[in-house]
Design a protein around this ligand. Structure first.
Ligand code: C2E
Ligand code: MG
Ligand code: MG
Length: 318
């Protein structure tokens, strides 16, 4: 390969015999953990293993060993957060959000284990399971007489790079007999930008199946507006960070207005996340944002609870 510059970085974990361990297995494990710390420090660096494992490392190791078994022990659950049409207050869709019911620690949020699952490669299996569960649940909602109801599923970077993604999506749709346009896949900007050529191809393949694509946490990643022209996407999700201080913080108000206008101009739907208050909701509605999700309407809930919310009509939680 000529004419291409490759930037290669290394993350090194160092362990020392006999201070850090007496046998090869312990030493390797410590070196491995030190390497993960090096990666967490931003990569391209080294970390020394210390025999006094830090609390965070210990915690991480407990999580790792638990994660390994969580799938077969059926400890994962998919919860759903309603997505609401601001004009009608009707639930028009839901986002599938993963939870881990740990035997000792109770419910663990994805922020606390997704990155570990990602690094260790478990995320592909877990993600596939979430996809199938979510499609099945969406099918159940649809059967209640809501043919346009949509479910959104988050994809991790690793899943997105996996060659089997399209096959997995097809299988989940087939198994649940869910029409493809009822499934939305959410990817973040950072995932989309990691390898633009690959993203473009994958998004085309996924779009060809008929599923829709949303860019999650829009505006928070390393984005370039030029991808919005290129990538075949359907929706932008405004990150909670921009919604939090609405309508008072004028910078956020300006950004949100601009994103809504941008989406409208590009013919994309826009979904605002993390709506907790009436003033936030009113502002978004006035600006022309049609879809929202957030604690104002409902926390993420289990599947049965979502069905109940649908039957009763949405009760505002706050
Ligand atoms: P996300 O996709 O941006 O999901 C929105 C997050 O905001 C969820 O957190 C949700 O519970 C939370 N949220 C919703 N409304 C409000 C609100 O009004 N106020 C506040 N403070 N928070 C609100 P959660 O469920 O903890 O998920 C965090 C992140 O974990 C998700 O962010 C997503 O990136 C990731 N994630 C969740 N489930 C999965 C999954 O199945 N696969 C993958 N790869 N990632 C997932
Ligand atoms: Mg999401
Ligand atoms: Mg988000």
């Amino acid at each position: 390969m000529t004419g291409h510059r490759l930037y290669v970085t290394v993350s090194i974990g160092i362990t020392i015999f006999p201070d850090d361990g007496a046998d090869a297995e312990t030493l390797l494990k410590n070196a491995d953990n030190a390497m993960y710390r090096a990666k967490a420090e931003g990569r391209n660096t080294y970390q020394l293993s210390t025999h006094e494992l830090s609390r965070s490392t210990q915690e991480r190791m407990t999580l790792e060993s638990g994660l390994h078994l969580a799938m077969e022990r059926e400890e994962f659950e998919v919860w759903y957060q309603p997505q609401v049409d601001v004009e009608t207050n009707a639930i028009i869709g839901m986002e599938a959000l993963l939870r881990w019911r740990h035997p000792d620690r109770g419910i663990i949020a994805p922020a606390d284990f997704i990155s570990v699952a990602e690094e260790r490669g478990y995320i592909v299996l877990i993600g596939d399971w979430v996809l199938r569960q979510a499609c099945r649940q969406a099918r159940e909602v649809r059967d209640k007489g809501l043919p346009d109801f949509r479910v959104a599923v988050n994809l991790s970077a690793r899943q997105f790079r996996e060659a089997s993604l399209v096959t997995s999506v097809l299988a989940a749709l087939k198994e649940s007999d869910l029409p493809p346009n009822c499934l939305e896949l959410e990817i973040t900007e950072s995932v989309a930008m990691e390898n633009v050529a690959l993203t473009l191809q994958l998004l085309r393949d996924l779009r060809a199946i008929g599923v829709t694509i949303a860019i999650d946490d829009f505006g928070t990643g390393h984005s370039s507006l030029s991808y919005l022209r290129q990538f075949p996407i359907d929706a932008l999700k405004i990150d909670r960070a921009f919604v939090e201080d609405l309508p008072d913080r004028f910078e956020d108000a300006a950004i949100v207005k601009a994103v809504i206008a941008l989406a409208a101009g590009l013919n994309l739907r826009v979904v605002a996340e993390g709506v907790e208050t009436k003033p936030q909701l009113d502002f978004l509605r006035e600006q022309g944002c049609r879809e929202v999700q957030g604690y104002y309407f409902s926390y993420p809930v289990r599947g049965e609870e979502l069905l109940r919310l649908l039957e009763q009509g949405l009760a505002v939680t706050s």
